[in-house]
Each structure stands twice: as structure tokens, then as C-alpha cells.
Write a protein that binds this ligand. Structure first.
Ligand code: SF4
Length: 89
């Protein structure tokens, strides 16, 4: 019986099956050389993007968490691929 007892592994050292969450800070950028200012991003995410001068979009680089779905929609809507989301160091 001593052999059986020795084969039992301490479960507290095993990996948890609980999903792990990791917060990754990110920010959104508009490439002014790519942007053509037609404001599709503003329609998708009006609280994040703005085209005040009519030429190039500006954005809030670190919008609140609830606005990131809108940012994703803006990335998809931008015909120039001018919007990127990068990890914020
Ligand atoms: S949709 Fe893209 S190209 Fe158009 S204004 Fe917004 S960032 Fe610029």
C-alpha cells in the first residue's frame, strides 16, 4: 500500500482549470499618412474618433473599456487601414 500512497500527486500543484484573465493595456492610433479623413471611423465610434479639420482623424488613444467594441468596428470600417490597436507598454 505504501507504493499507492506515493503515486498520489499533490493536487494543489496542478494547473487550475479555472479560466485565467490577463489585462493587456492597449491603445488606438491613427496613421496620419494613411488617413483620408472621410470619417467612417467617427460613425462607428463617435466617442473615440473625430475629424475636426476635415483632413485627418484624431482619436482618444486610451478609450474606456466599454468603447473597445466601437474601436473594433472603426478598424473594420476604415477603408485605408489607418487605424491600429497596439499593446500599450
Ligand atoms: S475611416 Fe480611416 S481613413 Fe477615414 S477618417 Fe477614419 S481613420 Fe481616417
Amino acid at each position: 500500500m505504501a507504493g499507492v500512497e506515493n503515486s498520489i500527486k499533490p493536487t494543489h500543484f496542478l494547473a487550475s482549470s479555472e479560466p485565467r484573465t490577463m489585462t493587456v493595456r492597449r491603445k488606438v492610433l491613427v496613421d496620419p499618412h494613411m488617413c483620408e479623413g472621410h470619417a467612417l471611423c467617427v460613425h462607428s465610434a463617435p466617442d473615440v474618433f473625430d475629424v475636426t479639420d476635415g483632413d485627418v482623424a484624431t482619436c482618444s488613444e486610451r478609450p474606456s473599456e466599454k468603447l473597445w467594441d466601437q474601436v473594433a468596428a472603426a478598424v473594420d470600417a476604415c477603408p485605408r487601414g489607418a487605424i491600429t490597436v497596439v499593446e500599450d507598454q
